[in-house]
Design a protein around this ligand. Structure first.
Ligand code: G3I
Length: 361
């Protein structure tokens, strides 16, 4: 190797070392999202048990003040058989939060998706009666909420019970067997198990007026019946095209007017336009490449800037903002051959330009 090649190599090594140091120094200089927003609301993140044992763990504790199990506490994963719970994953998330003095949002006690096979049927495979199903709901909620009593400060008790079509309530198995009653009962059972937990109804597309009206109707009816509900979770699976500032403000105003806490529980901003993260539906093929283009970066940055501006403006009404996944390394929005980049950290776990817009105010 010639002298000049050696010199070039050592220069490159020195440069890359100083770049690495530079990015480390930057990471140390960062206060972290939750600290920046300390006087506003808690900032949390949805996590998997694997991430808590990986490189992501440092980023999670640095940037966030609360964790939500992305899947580990849903009925299917945590209660796979009627007489058997699977606690390992959920326990590891709660233990991580305790070790790091973070809050936990429990998600979710009653949902139509990710339910265990045994839940709605008897041993002959026939639908159980309403009484049996409500008893199963009670026992499930009692077991899970009691286990984490005092460690989980808030629960998404009922998730997505409102229909997307013109009907009022989703025609789920819960609804088919129990009618509307399962919703109020779920809140009562959760309150009975942990009277101090803050109990939420959680749903998506809450900025669409027709859906919002139906959610408001449900919440008002629960409040009128003195059901123990404390908050509404607005999921916030948004995109570069939605919501508008007006839609978002209107949602916050209308939901908080009920006297409930408002939290944004599943925030991400897809780089593809459309509601619910602009997801591809069955049969739809991705068009173009899956690269994160400068246009996407700019549009996403503007949307993040706008929504956090609104969040700050309504800080008195909002008690939490939770991101749905940690970084663009893994997002539930990837799929059908298309990659998405909906979060504030890139696949290398570094803050994106949008991050700096969110902390700059
Ligand atoms: O755990 C199984 C694994 O055993 C199996 O081998 C593998 C094969 O596909 O699937 C694994 O389960 C997947 C699970 O995520 C865990 O990775 C399910 O197929 C998959 O459907 C499931 O997706 C989750 C989705 O809810 C289910 O509807 C996403 O991770 C999760 O981000 C998403 O979260 C929901 C919120 O709970 C409610 N609001 C909407 C939000 C986004 O859909």
């Amino acid at each position: 190797m010639s002298c000049s090649t050696k010199l070039l190599i050592s220069c490159l090594l020195a440069l890359s070392a100083s770049l690495a140091l530079g990015s480390k120094a930057m990471a140390q200089d960062r206060k972290g999202l939750n600290n920046v927003y300390k006087k506003y609301f808690t900032i949390g993140v949805a996590v998997t048990p694997r991430e808590l044992k990986s490189e992501e763990a440092g980023l999670i504790t640095k940037e966030f003040g609360s964790v939500t199990p992305e899947n580990a506490m849903k009925m299917g994963p945590i209660h796979p058989q009627q007489d058997r719970f699977y606690w390992t994953d959920a326990d590891s998330i709660v233990a991580f939060a305790q070790r790091n003095k973070m809050k936990v949002r429990g998600h979710t006690l009653c949902w139509h998706a990710q339910t265990p096979r045994w839940l709605f049927v008897d041993s002959a495979g026939k639908d159980v009666s309403k009484e049996v199903l409500l008893k199963r709901l009670h026992d499930h909620i009692n077991e899970v909420v009691t286990r984490y009593k005092g460690k989980i400060y808030a629960w998404d008790v009922v998730n997505e019970a409102i229909a997307d079509d013109s009907t009022y309530l989703r025609r789920s198995k819960w609804y088919q067997i129990c009618g509307e009653d399962f919703i109020a009962k779920a809140f009562e059972y959760a309150h009975e198990a942990d009277p101090k937990a803050i109990l939420f109804y959680n749903d998506y597309n809450t900025e669409i007026p027709a859906k919002r009206e139906k959610i408001l109707k449900l919440l008002k009816s629960l409040i009128a019946k003195k059901v123990p509900i404390n908050g509404v979770g607005l999921q916030a699976h948004w995109s570069v095209s939605t919501p508008s500032r007006e839609e978002l403000e209107r949602s916050i105003k209308e939901f908080s007017a009920l006297g409930l806490q408002v939290q944004f529980t599943e925030l991400d901003i897809s780089v593809y336009a459309g509601r619910q993260g602009g997801q591809l539906v069955q049969g739809q093929q991705p068009t173009g490449s899956s690269a994160f283009t400068p246009e996407m970066e700019q549009q996403q940055l503007e949307k993040y800037k706008m929504v956090f501006d609104v969040f700050r403006q309504y800080r008195k009404k909002i008690t939490g903002v939770t991101f749905w996944n940690v970084s663009d390394r893994y997002t539930w929005l990837n799929g059908r051959g298309r990659k998405n980049y909906p979060l504030l950290f890139d696949a290398e776990l570094q803050p994106k330009k949008a991050y700096w817009e969110v902390v700059k105010f």
